[in-house]
Design a protein around this ligand. Structure first.
Ligand code: AMP
Ligand code: ZN
Length: 122
């Protein structure tokens, strides 16, 4: 894989530090490629973050070579949703860039459920 600034793990990156175990998180899910843990500031009764172990700064920086990784992130998220009994539905959110409201520059999927979600989002 090519090494670019967007995929080099960084000790400055909060989520890389969680992957490394330097910052604790309750790993409700883990596989070879990704981990899932509760958002520290939950916006719904269930609010989990699913992140790749590999540092990718945002979905906007994902390349064709990341296709399998993105697929495994999404399928991990739907598996977690089943495990969390979100049978009435849920929302998966990928905030991207400043206008998208992204605050942590390590790709992450928000899995939100346990209440009705409004549309359009704020
Ligand atoms: P975003 O705004 O989409 O970049 O989402 C980043 C999310 O990370 C926010 O919802 C934060 O509440 C969450 N967050 C920040 N620090 C931590 C942490 N140490 N553990 C779990 N979630 C965190
Ligand atoms: Zn990172």
């Amino acid at each position: 894989m090519k090494i670019t600034p967007s995929n080099v793990a960084s000790s400055d990156c909060l989520f890389c530090r969680i992957v490394a175990g330097d910052i604790s998180a309750n790993r409700v899910y883990e596989d070879e490629f990704c981990i899932g843990f509760p958002d520290i500031n939950p916006q719904a009764p269930t609010h989990l973050l699913i992140i790749p172990k590999q540092h990718i700064s945002s979905i906007a920086k994902a390349e064709a070579e990341h296709a399998a990784l993105l697929g495994s992130l999404m399928s991990a998220t739907t598996k977690i949703a089943r495990d969390e009994n979100l049978s009435k539905g849920y929302r998966i959110v990928v905030n991207t860039g400043d206008d998208g409201g992204q605050t942590v520059n390590h790709l992450h999927l928000h899995l939100l459920g346990g209440r009705h979600m409004n549309w359009p989002p704020g």
